[in-house]
Design a protein around this ligand. Sequence first.
Ligand code: 5GP
Ligand code: ZN
Length: 114
Amino acid sequence: MDDCLFCKIVSGKIPSDRVFEDEEVYAFRDINPQAPTHVLIIPKRHIPSAAALTGDDAAVCGRLVVVAARIAQECGMADRGFRLVLNSGEDGGQSVGHLHLHLLGGRKLGWPPG
Ligand code: 5GP
Ligand code: ZN
């Protein structure tokens, strides 16, 4: 996807603060953090949103969550807790059209979300 911001981050055309990378997944710090730790975990393959997921995406989605949990452990957030958020579509507050899992932690997070 030539015009996708996060595809450009995966390819290195746009710089990012990388936290983790493997064959399928890329993780980097959010440019506008909403918590002391705010990391985005994304599939390298372009998937537009959670609404577009199919059974073929099950493995990579599982990998996103496992990578997020590992980063949370490495950041020392496993004991106190953290939040994983997947915004989808306009009502869900999705602003970038490439699937991304937010990992938020390092402070007490409010609920319900706005
Ligand atoms: P969404 O609102 O779609 O759930 O989340 C998109 C996230 O991407 C936002 O938290 C926003 O701060 C982050 N973001 C947008 N553009 C960039 C960028 O160029 N670099 C990084 N690292 N994060 C970005
Ligand atoms: Zn993309």
